[in-house]
Design a protein. Structure first.
Lengths: 423, 441
């Protein structure tokens, strides 16, 4: 029994177009930034250093001036939208307005930090953003692969966790990072295989299956962690780690260089995968077939595409991608602990939806969520009055706003979550 | 708005003999829903024979039982492969297979025996109190699961998938605890207010996805997942605020709930079973009445079965969606409130609701989204949880095995065709085993 979406009320094309509504929101944000942030900011210089600490070159601005200035930019963007902006300018102006709002906020926060801490090390921020976004990127790419071919993947969390676990376990036993990496991919695929078999062969509801598989993954990895890894950590939970690879020339770019081009294999792999999946999805035969199976499987079948086979393949591939994402923890940063993914799989799901089921959108959403996460850490370090928990809520709130249609319309592939029965 | 997909054709729906449908000796409650009009049977076989025939058919009872067996087999395999000593005996399996089999049997049978002793009855119990202790533990774990299970089941019947029971329970526990230690009220009234506060917390958290679904068409699965996490972060923020945090502690724990707001214990002070289980039975009855006897229940089921037809018949689908989610939230919130008003804990901690919301999804599916089925499923899960504790302390088998068992049971019952194929079950027409709703975002 598929529940069809409720009919959405026809978009009011009177005076209050979407651009004007968003403009109103921006105007409010701009007012908030100019008045409140401007008033709360101090006269201290807010320094954005291009290094990892207070030293070196920096972009500087007086806190109060910066907060008010950037707030006014947001106001201007909102006003422009309210005045009736041509459609093609919508995205750039919206982006400018939001970025200015964030900058105004930062000017306030950095200038109001305890004396001596009025700086924000940009290298750390950018590096942290990418680091925290890594599992999200892998996870949401796994979602893209699954859902573009019409299988809902709520099991991202379980795939990440299983990947992290098997990467740690087999990496430790073999003593080789590469064995660990392959094992992580296989571990993620194992959860995917269950998802594929039960949802494609046995027609179990895909969301139900995803939820159950998450619990299964938590259970199995937690059980084996307590039985094996806790009793003999040296043997089972001390996987070797990938070292950082420095890319010559590129790593000398200020800020981006040290943050992006001195990373480990997972960082490069994630960025490469976004590119590869984007090209594959929109420029190759496989991509066309995947998308058609996700939108209209009956039509694809009529044209000779093997719907079920393609779905099996994509779901397994998704598991491998998510599994590698899980290994970005255990083969690079930490040793395995119980339930170590801790909800990142669900943020990845949010990134997938927020990024509108496209690889590049997912990347941007994952980076946005990673930035929010990193900002929470930074604000904690400077004793900000903004509680970190509220920044941590941001990804989830943003997703709710997105699916409610407040920030543009998000639409899932038409056949997403619907089993295909031939004939 | 037509549904392009045919109803997932369950391989179970092969026609069986009409006698089986007409006289399901197991008293299958789902019989009434099987849309068959049994023709008069030519000759009536004896009741005993029918019972035997149906015992090995793919009906709800048998499939559930066999799913449990299958899950325990997988659990046993996990125990064996994670025990280095037992695994070592498999190295010389061909030379002395008895060693390996004996070692495995000892390990697995002891673990499951402890599971049983911790959940149902320990033959070695010395006095009445210790004999009652396993049941008391089981009931303690069962009570909140009944509520979250009912919450998910109710939404399912109305065609909505409430993954947000976890978040609704979280908001329920927050408000119940706040009412429990902030309000100075006399005993009795205090408890009532705290329980109601829990219901209100859940209701708010159910209302949001409900109204978003009704107004904008935003999918409730996405929104409830997101709201689960927002609730958790809200809880972790709230705990460390002045007036909420326990003044004597530096870690994240709130003040304890006043004794006047605690649910009364059922079997004396040494046993943990509390009045929540009575509320749970009451709630089950209420939900059963709501679904099967009330106008709202009829509208709810109509919307769940076919929203378009319901709209044509004059039922306000949007209003029903909002009401369903509010009711689901109330139930989950009540379940959450028991986590501080009962005997599990008295203060808020970041993990105070444990997994009851997610377990509620499993419970609802295992209970075939029927109120009394949900109550029985919650009892089974409660028993597994209680027994798991003893298994962990006596046999050293991690409690996580219970999570594995629970997940596996639900995987198997969700795919009855698999269980049927493994055990070569006969097809049973009376059983409608397809629990899935098969829908997308």
């Amino acid at each position: 029994m598929a529940v069809p979406d409720i009919e959405v009320a026809p978009v009011d094309e009177g005076f209050w177009t979407r651009t004007r509504k968003v403009g109103l929101v921006l105007l409010a944000l701009g007012l908030l930034a100019t008045v409140l942030f401007g008033a709360l900011a101090t006269g201290e210089q807010a320094r954005f250093t291009l290094s990892e600490d207070a030293a070196g070159a920096a972009l500087e601005i007086n806190g109060t001036v910066g907060a008010i200035l950037f707030g006014l930019i947001t106001l201007a963007a909102g006003a422009a939208m309210l005045a009736g902006l041509p459609k093609r300018w919508f995205i750039p102006v919206l982006a400018a307005g939001l970025v200015a709002f964030v900058l105004s906020f930062l000017c306030w926060q950095v200038s109001a930090a305890p004396t001596g801490q009025n700086f924000m090390p940009l290298v750390n921020i950018v590096r942290g953003t990418f680091l925290l976004a890594l599992p999200l990127i892998f996870g949401s790419l796994a979602g893209v692969l699954c859902e573009r071919s019409g299988v809902v993947n709520v099991a991202i969390e379980g795939q990440l966790l299983m990947g992290a676990f098997s990467g740690a376990l087999f990496g430790s036993i073999s003593g080789s990072v590469w064995v660990g990496l392959v094992a992580a991919a296989i571990g993620g695929s194992f959860i995917s295989l269950l998802l594929a078999v039960f949802s494609i062969r046995y027609l179990v509801d895909q969301v139900v299956m995803g939820i159950v598989l998450n619990l299964l993954a938590v259970g199995i990895t937690g059980f084996l962690y307590e039985r094996l890894m806790q009793t003999d950590a040296a043997r089972y939970n001390s996987a070797p780690r990938f070292s950082n690879w420095e890319i010559p020339l590129l790593s000398d770019i200020p800020v981006l260089g040290p943050a992006l081009f001195r990373g480990n294999i997972f960082l490069y792999l994630a960025l490469l995968l976004v590119l590869v999946i984007h090209i594959a999805l929109f420029r190759t035969r496989w991509g066309l077939r995947t998308r058609s199976v996700g939108e209209h499987p009956t039509a694809a079948d009529t044209l000779g595409v093997k719907v079920l086979g393609l779905r099996y393949r994509n779901v397994l591939l998704a598991g491998a991608v998510a599994g590698i994402g899980g290994a970005s923890y255990t083969l690079a940063l930490f040793s395995f602990t119980k339930n170590m993914i801790g909800g990142k799989g669900f943020i990845a799901l949010a990134a997938l939806i927020f990024g509108r089921w496209s690889p590049t959108g997912a990347l941007l959403a994952a980076l946005f969520f990673g930035f929010a996460d990193q900002l929470a850490t930074y604000l904690g370090a400077i004793n900000s009055i903004i509680p970190g928990q509220f920044l941590a809520m941001l990804p989830y709130l943003a997703t709710i706003l997105a699916v409610a249609g407040l920030v543009g319309r998000v639409r899932a592939p038409a056949a997403d979550g619907k089993p295909y029965i031939k004939g | 708005m037509t549904n392009p997909n045919p109803q997932p054709g369950s391989p179970d729906k092969e026609p069986a003999s009409e006698e089986q449908a007409a006289q399901n000796a197991l008293g299958n409650t789902e019989r009434a829903e099987a849309a068959t009009t049994p023709t008069a049977p030519q000759e009536r076989p004896t009741l005993g024979r029918l019972f035997l025939e149906n015992l090995w058919a793919a009906n709800t009872f048998t499939v559930t039982l066999l799913s449990l067996v299958l899950a325990m087999v997988v659990g046993a395999i996990l125990m064996i492969i994670s025990d280095p000593d037992v695994l070592a005996t498999y190295a010389y399996f061909t030379a002395r297979p008895a060693d390996a089999i004996n070692a495995s049997w000892t390990l697995v049978s002891e673990a499951y025996a402890n599971l049983f002793k911790g959940a149902v009855f320990d033959p070695a119990a010395a006095n009445f109190n210790t004999a009652l202790s396993p049941i008391s533990e089981t009931l303690t774990y069962t009570a909140p699961l009944v509520f979250t299970g009912l919450s998910v089941a109710l939404a399912f019947r109305g065609g909505l998938f409430n993954i947000g029971a976890q978040g609704q329970a979280t908001m329920g526990v927050v408000l119940a605890a706040l009412a429990g230690f902030l309000l100075p009220l006399p005993p009795g009234l205090h408890l009532l207010v705290a329980v109601l506060a829990g219901a209100v917390g859940g209701a708010i958290w159910g209302f949001i996805p409900g109204v978003l679904k009704a107004r904008t068409g935003a999918h409730e699965v996405i929104n409830t997942i997101m709201l689960n996490y927002i609730a958790v972060y809200f809880l972790t923020w709230l705990i460390v605020q002045n007036g909420v945090q326990d003044p004597n502690r530096t870690d994240a724990i709130s003040r304890p709930v006043d004794a006047s707001a605690q649910l009364p214990r059922l079997f004396g002070d040494n046993l943990r079973a509390h009045g929540g289980i009575l509320l749970a039975v009451l709630a089950t009855w209420a939900v059963a009445w709501l679904l099967n006897r009330s106008t709202l229940g009829f509208e709810l089921r109509a919307v769940g079965a076919n929203p378009d037809a319901a709209r044509t018949a004059g039922i306000s689908v949007t209003r029903t969606y909002v009401l369903i989610m509010v009711f689901a939230g109330v139930l989950a919130g009540l379940g959450g409130s028991q986590m501080v008003l009962g005997t599990t804990a008295a203060a808020l901690t970041p993990l105070v609701v444990a997994q009851i919301g997610f377990d509620g999804i499993l419970v609802a599916l295992l209970g075939r989204v029927k109120p009394w089925g949900v109550a029985l499923a919650a009892l089974l899960f409660g028993a597994l949880q209680a027994g798991g504790n003893r298994m962990q302390s006596y046999s050293g088998i991690s409690l996580e095995l219970v999570t594995v068992l629970q997940a596996l049971i639900v995987i198997f019952i969700a795919a009855p065709a698999l269980v049927k194929a493994i055990f070569q079950l006969r097809a049973a027409r009376a059983a409608r085993l397809q629990t899935s709703l098969a829908k997308g975002w």
